[in-house]
Design a protein around this ligand. Sequence first.
Ligand SMILES: Nc1nc2c(ncn2[C@@H]2O[C@H](COP(=O)(O)OP(=O)(O)O)[C@@H](O)[C@H]2O)c(=O)[nH]1
Ligand SMILES: [Mg+2]
Length: 225
Amino acid sequence: MTEIVVAVAGQPNSGKSTLFNMLTGMRQFVANYPGVTVEKRVGRMNYKGYKFMLVDLPGTYSMTSYSLEERIARNFLLKERPDIVLDVVDASNLERNLVLTFQLLEMKIPMVVVLNMMDAAESARIKIDVNGLSEELGVKVVPTMAKRGVGKAELCDALLDTYQLAGDINDFRLDYGPQLNRSLNVLQEALADDERASAYDLRWLAVRLIAGDEEVSKLFTGSLA
Ligand SMILES: Nc1nc2c(ncn2[C@@H]2O[C@H](COP(=O)(O)OP(=O)(O)O)[C@@H](O)[C@H]2O)c(=O)[nH]1
Ligand SMILES: [Mg+2]
C-alpha cells in the first residue's frame, strides 16, 4: 500500500517537533536534505489501516526563499508534492503564525491546520472560533495540546479525511487589493501559455514574481511568452 506523505510545516517554537513525536513516537529516523547539512527528520505512523510518512520540515517564519531553511522547506513542497501539508500554528500567537499559513494555502497543496498550544491560548484568555477559521481558510482546523498528547485522534481523522478529498483543494484567495489583483490577473494570463509555468499554481507564481522572489524569477530567464 502506498504511504500518505505528510510534510509538517510551522514557525519555530509552534510545537512542531512535539507534535511530530506525538504522532510518530519511536518510529523516526534522521536523514539530510540533498546537498545541505540541515537535518531531515522522518517518521512513520499507522492509522485505521493507512500508512503515513511524516517529514518534519525546518521551522520557518514564512515560505519565501530568503533563508536556507525556507528554501529547503519550500523546495520540498514544490518538488516532492507531499499528499498533505500539516501547518502547525501556535494558537496563543495566531496572528503572527497566520502569515505562514496564508503562504502555504497559496501553494495549493491539500492542507490541515493544527492549532497547537491551546492550553497557552486558554491561559491567555484567547478564544478562537475554530469552525469559523476552518471555513475562512477552506481547510480542516484541529485544536491540540501536543505536549499533553491531546487532539491526536482528531488530527489523524482530519489527515485521513483530507487525503480522501485530495481533489478538493482549498479555494482560499488572499485579497491583495484591487490594484495588485489586476496585476496578478494580467501576469497569470501571460503565464497560462508559458511551458515553464506548467508545474506550478499560476496565482502562486504570479504572487511570487511580483514579490521579487529570486528563486522563482530564475525559472524565467527570458521574457514571458
Ligand atoms: N504549553 C504548551 N507547550 C507546548 C505544546 N506543544 C509543545 N510545547 C512546548 O513548546 C516548546 C517548543 O516545542 P517544539 O516542539 O520544540 O517546537 P518546534 O520548534 O516547533 O519544533 C517546547 O518547550 C514544548 O514542550 C502545547 O501544546 N502546549
Ligand atoms: Mg523542532
